[in-house]
Design a protein around this ligand. Structure first.
Ligand SMILES: *Cc1c(COP(=O)(O)O)cnc(C)c1O
Ligand SMILES: [Zn+2]
Length: 400
């Protein structure tokens, strides 16, 4: 059953509906389950390990074996911050971001509904993921991207998997408005995170985290917020496992926005559920360069219900954290993802995160998504002739 988060109006799972027809608010899929978690024993980690919690027909599944991503304990960085730190590396998904979890479920739903064209607006990763899963599911796909604002790796993926790519002279929020209109007029089945089935896939990040911790909740989960779907999804997953009695506690949900795109931070300061959209969002972290996050109500609910926190970080803090994670722990992420780590650092300094806390930082996309940023932030390769003496001289100079 699909249910409005604001007025409790319900819709059938097979109705194509993105916002509540009664009140205009966002929707979510309600699931009921009282199976024992023993059913998961012996199954391989990944989204579909938990298929009893995923409200689509598994016989139609469109999957690239998403999820089951690395869960890296980071002792060095953890020690530096005075916490027990784990990093969930979502860049290891099939197209390099967590969007694959949502897209596997979303495209499976599209096939189940019998639609032939799927589409989305995207800052990049959603389009890369949609393009791949639409190909796998045999569907036509249309993606709308803000012109000149999509990182190179993501653009390459969307084009190469065979989506019809439209570049809009505007920002993401404007692209989403257009995509929503196309969906309302039935040209496409919309697979942005306003589609509640997307979040049904992404909630598996929450499932995996507690599963990997031996059916225990961490003290805190921290992640970037862009359109605010993922934090909502993870909280939904955690809450479902809590309600099923698989875990005894729930984590403190902590979201991090980029300073130039931080409407949820402002709402949080006002203890409100409503946001003032940011007109011209700007940040190096293009995946979270979003001024009017569609899932803000769900995200704020996750934050308030978990005694959580939201803060923003500057581009400089993001780029520093990106480098730190790569150079101290060997984990390469795109800028948006590094806002988890930048935010964590800031909240440790502020005393919001307590010493000794067990924290899971979700890093959302792969370093190769945005090669321009990585190259710009690094020292240039040293050019030499194929001459061993020259090579030796350079190495000796470096080590001494
Ligand atoms: C989509 C995305 C985000 C933001 O997630 P939301 O669900 O929109 O809040 C963060 N990082 C990366 C790499 C993304 O692709
Ligand atoms: Zn409603």
């Amino acid at each position: 059953m699909i249910k409005c988060v604001s007025c409790d109006q319900t819709y059938d799972d097979n109705e194509i509906v993105y916002i509540c027809e009664k009140c205009g608010s966002v929707l979510e899929v309600e699931i009921e389950n009282n199976i024992s978690k023993d059913i998961f024993d012996g199954r391989k980690l990944g989204l579909w390990k938990y298929k009893e919690f995923i409200p689509v027909d598994y016989s139609n599944v469109v999957s690239l074996d998403e999820g089951g991503t690395p869960f890296c304990r980071c002792d060095k960085l953890g020690k530096e911050l005075g916490i027990d730190l784990y990093v969930k590396v979502e860049g290891s998904n099939p197209t390099g971001s967590f969007k694959d979890r949502g897209m596997s479920v979303g495209v499976t739903k599209a096939v189940e509904l019998g639609v032939d064209t799927v589409g989305c607006a995207s800052t990049g990763n959603t389009s890369a993921s949609l393009a791949a899963y639409a190909a796998r599911g045999g569907l036509r796909s249309i993606v709308l991207l803000p012109a000149g604002k999509v990182a190179l790796g993501k653009l390459a993926q969307a084009m190469f998997y065979g989506s019809e790519v439209l570049s809009i002279n505007g920002n993401f929020d404007q692209a989403l408005e257009s995509a929503t209109r196309l969906a309302n007029e039935k040209y496409i089945y919309l697979l942005n995170s306003i589609n509640p089935f997307r979040l049904e896939g992404q909630k598996s990040i929450g499932f995996e985290i507690v599963d990997e911790l031996g059916w225990k909740s961490p003290d805190r989960i921290i992640l970037p917020i862009g359109n605010a779907g993922n934090i909502s999804a993870i909280w939904k997953g955690i809450t479902e496992f809590y309600n099923a009695d698989y875990i005894d506690e729930k984590p403190i949900m902590t979201g991090i926005q980029a300073e130039g795109a931080a409407p949820i931070v402002e709402a949080f300061k006002n203890k409100s559920y409503s946001i003032n959209p940011v007109e011209n969002p700007e940040t190096v972290a293009t995946a979270i360069r979003i001024g009017n996050p569609v899932s803000h109500i769900k995200a704020l609910r996750a934050i308030y219900d978990s005694d959580g926190y939201v803060d923003s970080v500057t581009d400089e803090e993001i780029l520093d954290a990106q480098k730190l994670l790569a150079r101290v722990e060997g984990i390469g992420v795109e800028p948006a993802s590094a806002s988890s780590i930048a935010g964590l650092k800031k909240l440790v300094d502020k005393g919001v995160v307590d010493k000794g806390e067990r924290v899971v930082a979700v890093v959302t996309g792969h370093i190769l998504k945005d090669p321009d940023v990585a190259i710009k932030a690094s020292a240039k390769p040293i050019e030499i002739e194929p001459d061993f003496n020259q090579l030796k001289a350079i190495l000796e100079k470096k080590v001494s």
